[in-house]
Design a protein around this ligand. Structure first.
Ligand SMILES: C[S@@+](CC[C@H](N)C(=O)[O-])C[C@H]1O[C@@H](n2cnc3c(N)ncnc32)[C@H](O)[C@@H]1O
Length: 418
C-alpha cells in the first residue's frame, strides 16, 4: 500500500508533543508531518499506522483520511461518501458505524447527515456486492467511520484503532476518577520527565502522592522500560482488509525485543488503601509491578521516598473525589477522616472539600521536600494562590472537556510566599 494520510487526534495542548512522538515513530517530517489544532496529520504507510497504534501514548486514535471535499447539504455528503472505495477496507459481511462531529456546520441535523453518509456507504456496497450491504452496529462495530464537518468541508476517515488508544488494556480496577492514560503521558512529556522525540526518560525518581489507580506511575514505568503502550490490547485494524497477521506479529515482536528492564525509581501512595490495592493490581497487569513501590498514606504526612525527585499528581478536586486524611474534615467531620486514615471505610477518598488540604500540602512540601520539583494538574487556576506558592511554569491542558493547568512548583527551602 502506498503512503496514506493519517490524522491522529489528541487533547488540546498536546499537539506538539504528539508531533514529536509521531516523528520518532515514523521518521516523517516537513510537509509530511503537520501539527494542527487538535491533532497531527502525517503521510505514512500502512505499517506505520500499526506502529503508531501500538506505540503512541499521546494520540486518541489513528484515522486514515479517505475523502476531503466541500459540501453544502446532505446530498453533497452522500455524493462524497459514495465516491470512497470502502470495499478496500471492509466487506459487506462486516458491521460498521458512522460517527459525525461538526464545527460550525450549517446543517440542521447531524443525525440526518450521519444517516445520509451511512446510506451512501451501504448503497455502494449493495451496488458492488450483488445486493449485499453491511449492517450498522453502534456498540461494537467491526469498522468505524468518522465524518468531520466544518462550515463548508467534509472529511471522511476510517478508524484503525477501535477502542480509543487511552485504553491500554491493563485497567480493570478504575477507582473513582482515573486520569486518562493519554493525559498522564502528556503530563510526563510536558514536565520534561519523558522526551517523546528521543524516547528518553529522566534519571529523576518520580512520586505520585495521590496515585489513585496508579495511572501516572504505571505510564511512567512503562515508558522507562520502553514498553509499547498498546501491547496488551486489540486494535480496529485487525478487522480491516489490509490487515496481515504476519506483518503485525513482526511489529509486536520488534516492540517486545526493544523493551528493557531498566528501572527508574517510581513511587505512588494514596490515603485510600482500596486505591493502593487497585494501583498494585493495575501495575501487575501492566507488567510493571516490580518497577513501582506503592504505599498507603496521607499526602500530608508521607515523607519523601528518596532524597529528591519529581512529584507528579492530579490531586483530589471537587465533588467526585474529595480530600481524605487529616485535612478531610469537611462533609463527614474528623471521625470520618480518622477512618479514612486507617482505610476502614472502604474507599478512603471521601472527606473535605480540600479547603485546608492544599495550604497544608504546600507547608508539608516546603518543610520536607526541599529540592523536589512538583507538577500538579488542576482545573483550579487559583491553586498557586491557595497553596501560597509561586509556580515556575503553568502549562494549559485539557482533562476531557475541563480546562486545567499543569503547575510546576520548585520546592527550594524558603520558597514560601509570605
Ligand atoms: C483525582 S484522584 C487521582 C486519580 C489518579 N491519578 C488515577 O489515575 O487514578 C485523587 C486521589 O487522591 C486521593 N486522596 C484524597 N485525599 C488524599 C490525601 N490526603 N492523601 C493522599 N491521597 C489522597 C484519593 O483517594 C484519590 O485516589
Amino acid at each position: 500500500m502506498n503512503d496514506l494520510s493519517f490524522f491522529l487526534p489528541c487533547a488540546a495542548g498536546v499537539e506538539e508533543f504528539l508531533a514529536q512522538e509521531v516523528h520518532a515513530l515514523t521518521g516523517r517530517a516537513g510537509q509530511d508531518l503537520l501539527t494542527l489544532r487538535g491533532g497531527v496529520r502525517v503521510r505514512a504507510d500502512w505499517r506505520d499506522a500499526l506502529k503508531l497504534n501500538l506505540h503512541s501514548r499521546l494520540a486518541q486514535r489513528v484515522l486514515v483520511e479517505l475523502a476531503h471535499a466541500p459540501y453544502r447539504n446532505e446530498n453533497d455528503l452522500y455524493a462524497i461518501a459514495s465516491g470512497v472505495a470502502w470495499e478496500i477496507w471492509f466487506t459487506p459481511k462486516q458491521t460498521f458505524k458512522i460517527e459525525t462531529t461538526a464545527q460550525h456546520s450549517p446543517l440542521q441535523s447531524l443525525n440526518f447527515a450521519t444517516l445520509r453518509i451511512k446510506d451512501a456507504v451501504a448503497d455502494r456496497f449493495r451496488a458492488k456486492a450483488n445486493g449485499v450491504r453491511p449492517s450498522i452496529e453502534t456498540q461494537w462495530p467491526d469498522c468505524r467511520v468518522f465524518a468531520h464537518l466544518t462550515t463548508d468541508s467534509c472529511t471522511l476517515y476510517i478508524d484503525t484503532s477501535g477502542e480509543p488508544l487511552f485504553k491500554r488494556g491493563w485497567r480493570q480496577d478504575k477507582g473513582d476518577a482515573p486520569l486518562k492514560e493519554t493525559l498522564a503521558a502528556a503530563m510526563l512529556a510536558a514536565s520534561g520527565w519523558w522526551n517523546p522525540e528521543t524516547g528518553t526518560v529522566s534519571e529523576q525518581p518520580l512520586y505520585d502522592p495521590c496515585c489513585g489507580s496508579g495511572t501516572i506511575a504505571i505510564e511512567a514505568a512503562q515508558i522507562a522500560r520502553g514498553m509499547a503502550a498498546g501491547a496488551l490490547r486489540r486494535f480496529g485494524f485487525e478487522k480491516l482488509l489490509p490487515f496481515q497477521a504476519h506483518v503485525w506479529a513482526a511489529i509486536k515482536q520488534e516492540a517486545e525485543a526493544a523493551a528493557s528492564d531498566r528501572s527508574v525509581a517510581i513511587f505512588g501512595s494514596d490515603v485510600s488503601h482500596r486505591m493502593v490495592d487497585f494501583a498494585e493490581r493495575n501495575a501487575e497487569r501492566a507488567g510493571v509491578a516490580q518497577a513501582i513501590e506503592f504505599r498507603g498514606g496521607d499526602a500530608l504526612q508521607r515523607m519523601p521516598p528518596v532524597e529528591s525527585g519529581v512529584i507528579m499528581l492530579n490531586p483530589p478536586y471537587g465533588e467526585r473525589i474529595e480530600v481524605g486524611g487529616v485535612a478531610g474534615t469537611g462533609r463527614f467531620g474528623a471521625r470520618e477522616s480518622a477512618q479514612v486514615e486507617r482505610g476502614a471505610e472502604g474507599d478512603g477518598g471521601e472527606g473535605g472539600d480540600g479547603g485546608e488540604f492544599f495550604p497544608q500540602l504546600a507547608t508539608h512540601w516546603k518543610k520536607n521536600y526541599a529540592g523536589w520539583t512538583a507538577w500538579v494538574l488542576t482545573p483550579d487556576l487559583k491553586l498557586p494562590k491557595q497553596m501560597r506558592l509561586k509556580e515556575s511554569r503553568r502549562v494549559p491542558m485539557w482533562n476531557g472537556p475541563i480546562e486545567c493547568r499543569l503547575f510546576r512548583f520548585d520546592m527550594v527551602a524558603g520558597s514560601a510566599r509570605k
